[in-house]
Design a protein around this ligand. Sequence first.
Ligand SMILES: Cc1cc2nc3c(=O)[nH]c(=O)nc-3n(C[C@H](O)[C@H](O)[C@H](O)COP(=O)(O)OP(=O)(O)OC[C@H]3O[C@@H](n4cnc5c(N)ncnc54)[C@H](O)[C@@H]3O)c2cc1C
Length: 479
Amino acid sequence: MKYDYKVAVIGAGSAGLVSSYIAAAVRAKVVLIEKHKMGGDCLNTGCVPSKALIRSAKMLSYAKRAKEFGFKSSTVEFDFAEVMERVQQVIAKIEPHDSVERYNSLGVECINGDAKIIGPHEIEVAGRKITTRNIIVATGASPLVPPITGLDKVKYLTSDNVWELRKLPRRLVVLGGGPIGSELAQCFSRFGSEVTQVEMLNSIIPREEDEAVELLSKKFESEGVKLLTSHKAKEIIIEGEEKILICEKDGKEVKVPFDEILLALGRRANIKGSGLEELGIKIRQNGTVDADPFLRTNIPSIYVCGDVTGPYQFTHTAGHQAWYAAVNALFSPFKKFKADYSVIPWCTFTDPEIARVGLSEKEAKEKNIPYEVTIYGIDDLDRAIADSEAHGFVKVLTKPASDKILGVTIAGTHAGDLIAEFVLAMKHGIGLNKILETIHIYPTLAEANKYAAGNWRKNHKPEWLMKLLGIFHYLRRKL
Ligand SMILES: Cc1cc2nc3c(=O)[nH]c(=O)nc-3n(C[C@H](O)[C@H](O)[C@H](O)COP(=O)(O)OP(=O)(O)OC[C@H]3O[C@@H](n4cnc5c(N)ncnc54)[C@H](O)[C@@H]3O)c2cc1C
């Protein structure tokens, strides 16, 4: 059978862009179909706008800390609408990287339209039917909107539409204590909103190490974010002009009045409308598309990558999976590669940043994996002290009696950048001894990694050798 294309990719977010790029790079005829904006969530409503907003909020937080840096005072006048316009300008600057023009120039044909898969090798889009040897589904995910009673009575915000705000909310409720909720809660609080963050579990960023949770929670509270953990959102009511969220805590009702409410309660895979269910593609209980380790669905010609399949929902994991989905689709049955999830890093871009790779202590305990813990406190680091950012830690889990790294959490300024050394180390089997042997520039934040390795070494120095050395030096002095 002849097909119009070797591969058709549905969705031009991080996963779809990388898949189509790879197909074009090896000269396969590829079409990329996007119904909304090229770049998907990451560029338009996710990573890029959130990091741009975080940057402006950070400038404000520095201004508030002027005295710490030796200034008498500092006041910043700003118009929130202009800050939000800057966010759009940042998106516009990055847009060309993901544009139709760029992808066309790379050899990818782009179609603007809502794609529906109508057969294992057939897609309907923009009033035409196209045939393809393989399909890669990269349709992403959308903010989860739970059935909270009364939610329909208010105009709620999600990560999709919060970027349209031009007026700073006076009182903002952020529902959800995960990374997205926490990043945005801190941002809006720094701009001056009265922020209440509501989380059903007993802490924010619950997946992370207890020390990181404690550090971040204290920072949030010191900056004025009201944390309502162990609070379950039950209902939204309107009393006169007032919008009120009703939560339940230990069986009691807690009322939280607000002007705007932002839902950051997780993300649901985009399945509906793309023909997957009608075709009998297996969907997991959590709503993501099921795939084998080669990222192939139960229909052999259809592959999947990115947020729509998970389990990780990050831009870098979407791109990572996209490589496997594309290569496996292009070269199967000659060669197949299992997606490698052994070393996955991520970062919550709050201040302080919380970055992680591999196991946390909680996970090691849950999985019964033996481990040792080494901690280095960044409060002791020369560069962090010079920068007035002397807080946080590097926490490393190692295999008992070995320098093999099982997992690392870094909390502190630029933690998301600092963790890269450990990601490389874990990926290539480099242990803490090798990190200790490596020269790190003085004075940098990166030295924290070396000092963590140094702490591990101190705890594992061979006592018999130390005793022997003591005797050797004693004798040399005496004889
Ligand atoms: C506020 C926020 C902050 C974030 N910050 C970070 C961060 O700092 N770092 C990080 O790594 N990740 C971050 N993420 C997550 C990251 O944005 C996602 O993991 C990533 O965008 C997933 O890429 P994707 O290609 O799987 O999906 P998407 O980017 O969602 O792309 C899917 C595309 O498919 C299109 N589509 C869907 N159905 C169809 C159809 N039937 N036909 C045609 N097109 C279709 C959609 O329009 C969309 O453009 C953040 C997310 C949010 C919301």
